[in-house]
Design a protein around this ligand. Structure first.
Ligand code: CMP
Length: 139
């Protein structure tokens, strides 16, 4: 499997409950390298730009309000097959449908408040990594 990078976000619901330490431990145990990390609150406009692909969907307004409602932890993760491996560790988007012991099964409470985000393909990963991190941060 080729070495890849993916963009991960620990969402406001998880950070507000102090779950980011546990989630970072799982990231470490799973063998990801943390290339870049930042904790801060997004503006509504930043969240809208990040989720631009979902603009027009019924959940867009609520999603972007939620994502700008409190601090998030934004990560650039590197591993062999990082994109699919991070998605496996997160579990299905809807926590009710996520596999046992995945992050969303353990910590997610709804399809919106699902504790983590991950890029879904190499093209999305490239866009999402560059949305939050500069080339210098990703060296
Ligand atoms: P995420 O992986 O961050 O990508 C888009 C987000 O939209 C998704 O996780 C969910 O948190 C949120 N969302 C809210 N409602 C829906 C829905 N009905 N279908 C898919 N995603 C949804």
């Amino acid at each position: 499997m080729a070495k890849e990078r993916t963009l991960a976000i620990i969402k406001p619901d998880a950070v507000a409950r102090g779950l980011h330490g546990d989630i970072l431990s799982r990231i470490h145990e799973a063998g990801f390298q943390i290339v870049a990390i930042e904790s801060r609150r997004l503006t509504k406009e930043e969240a809208e730009g990040f989720y631009a692909v979902h603009r027009g969907k019924p959940f867009f307004g609520d999603l972007t309000s939620f994502m700008s409602s409190g601090k998030v932890v934004i990560l650039a993760l590197e591993a062999d097959g990082a994109i699919s491996r991070w998605r496996e560790l997160m579990g299905a988007t809807d926590p009710a449908k996520a596999a046992p012991n995945t992050l969303r099964k353990l910590y997610g409470t709804s399809i919106q408040n699902n504790c983590t985000h991950g890029s879904d393909a190499p093209e999305t990963a490239a866009f999402e990594l560059s949305y939050f991190f500069s080339g210098r941060q990703l060296i």
